[in-house]
Design a protein around this ligand. Structure first.
Ligand code: D5M
Ligand code: FE
Ligand code: ZN
Length: 487
């Protein structure tokens, strides 16, 4: 933005002194002010080519904000909204300032205790587990077993029955799921290490024979009225040679009412929020020899470029969470992108930074934002799950009430005192990215959205046969999903 202000005046051959610059920069809608000042100077006093703070002050005094906006609109011949929108934006959950470690392994016991207790509370709230006991007590009795445990190990017997070891603070138990018990066995195939489950069954010697496995689960939620449009994007990868700049420009033109057919423009006119679920830039040093695939090799410059793009989206609230390519700590929860790296973005008044994951409320619609790194682990571990169908993974994570249950694989998890990745509150929308492939599903009333990418296939993705869905943007328009194509 800083550069934008100066560049625009340079292009118009106007010099500005420091005090003018500061006044413009600190103005609420500096982009509007820049354009209208340039217009004012070139039409009313073409001979005056130095803009002083006093001139800016006089101009602002004489010109009401409404006139500023109207001028701007005429200049751009666009459908842009005239009046600033009335946002009811809240950050309901953000781990940026609640993170007390540098993400390195320290004391894991408090982290796992937090996870266990949060999920056990959700499980014992359920009718089936109201009478659950500690594992120690269950193993000392002969009759029914009703326990809540964290999964410690998963293996098979030689006859292909499933053995799941669960533990709580009092002890551990080995649960056997018979492969002829089809329904329970099928459920057990989706169980992963370190999730917390309820087990109903009976004890036979040292084994628990399972009759039912219970997830924390989600109740069906009611549909909420939405009279506005929210746009979901992720994995822009600015700075990469495979970043699709043309498509991203068309996307921005669309939001501003300058691109698309009548129906698309109508949707654009209704856009109030843009949510970005990570990988805003490609970053540096994310994988070996990445520099060969970068057009911008400096991380600050990548974010400055991002600021130039996002600086062109006025009057829409933009919410930005980091991904594994961004300049945040890699271990999840990832704090918001630090200001040191992204000064230009921080200058944008309509942009909000949140952690990964984070829960925000957009006019009462709760959106849980998570980049999706744990999808790699889920796709690798669970039969039938893949990057292509991240909707199935999202559904499973929602039922498990945890965004990244598997500890110690590809998803780095910070050993915090509290586990911030438990899904404590059911969102209206779960918005993810990372896999670069769009998906959408409605599960018990929750919109599950993966917002694809603005990056074409990379060398790495060729090797793994990942075929991205590029520049296809999901929006929730008045409650229902629409896909917009900017290719
Ligand atoms: O991820 C881009 C794509 O590459 C996405 O489909 C996930 C996949 N990916 C990235 N890293 C891994 C690892 N370590 N294993 C398997 N698949 C992976 P991005 O975060 O944009 O690089
Ligand atoms: Fe990505
Ligand atoms: Zn990613």
């Amino acid at each position: 933005m800083t550069d934008n202000i100066i560049n625009k005046f340079v292009d118009a051959e106007i010099l500005l002194d420091e005090s003018a610059y500061k006044k413009i920069k600190n103005y609420n809608d500096s982009a509007y002010l820049v354009d209208s000042l340039i217009k004012h100077m070139t039409t009313s006093s073409p001979e005056m080519m130095v803009l002083t703070g006093k001139v800016v002050e006089d101009y602002l005094e004489r010109t009401s904000p409404d006139i500023l906006k109207t001028n701007y609109r005429n200049d751009h011949k666009s459908q842009m909204k005239l009046v600033p929108q009335d946002y009811d934006f809240q950050i309901l959950k953000d781990a940026s300032n609640k993170s007390y470690t540098n993400g390195e392994i320290r004391d894991l016991s408090s982290y796992f205790r937090s996870r266990y207790h949060k999920l056990r509370d959700l499980l014992t709230y359920k009718r089936e587990l109201k009478d659950s006991t500690s594992i120690k007590e269950a193993m000392s009795r002969d009759d029914v077993v009703n326990i809540v445990g964290m999964v410690n190990d998963i293996r098979y017997t030689k006859n292909n029955h499933k053995l799941i070891e669960v533990e709580d603070e009092t002890g551990s138990a080995t649960v056997l799921i018979h492969n002829e018990n089809h329904e329970v066995f099928e459920h057990a195939e989706r169980i992963v290490k370190d999730e917390v489950i309820g087990v109903l069954g009976s004890r036979k010697g040292t084994l628990v024979m399972a009759n039912e496995i219970v997830n924390p689960g989600v109740p069906r939620i009611d549909e909420k009225p939405m009279d506005f449009t929210t746009v979901f994007i992720s994995d822009i990868h600015i700075g990469s040679s495979t970043f699709l700049d043309g498509a991203f420009k068309r996307f921005i033109d669309w939001i501003n009412g300058d691109f698309g057919d009548e129906q698309q423009r109508e949707i654009a006119n209704n856009v109030k929020y843009v949510v970005v679920a990570g990988d805003i830039v490609d970053g540096i040093g994310v994988y070996p020899h990445q520099d060969k695939e970068l057009t911008i090799k400096d991380i600050h410059e990548q974010y400055e470029e991002a600021a130039r793009y996002f600086g062109d989206i006025p009057n829409v609230k933009i919410v930005v969470a980091p991904g594994n390519h961004d300049a945040s700590r890699l271990a999840e929860p990832q704090p918001a992108i630090p200001e040191d790296y992204a000064k230009g973005l921080y200058e944008l008044k309509n942009l909000e930074f949140v952690s990964n994951p984070a829960m925000v409320s957009l006019d009462g619609i709760k959106v849980l934002i998570y980049h999706g790194r744990s999808f790699d682990d889920m796709a690798m571990t669970v039969k039938g799950m893949s990057h292509q169908q991240s909707d199935l993974i999202m559904k499973e994570l929602l039922e498990k009430r945890h965004l990244a249950p598997i500890y110690g694989e590809r998803t780095p998890l910070a050993s915090e005192i509290e586990d911030h990745l438990v899904i404590e509150e059911i969102p209206d929308v779960l918005h993810t990215g990372h896999v670069h492939i769009n998906s959408y599903k409605r599960h018990k009333g929750v919109h599950l959205i993966n917002s694809g990418t603005f990056q074409s296939q990379t060398e790495f993705q060729k090797i793994y046969n990942i075929v991205p869905t590029c520049a296809q943007v999901p929006v929730i328009n008045k409650g229902s999903l629409k896909m917009l194509d900017f290719n």
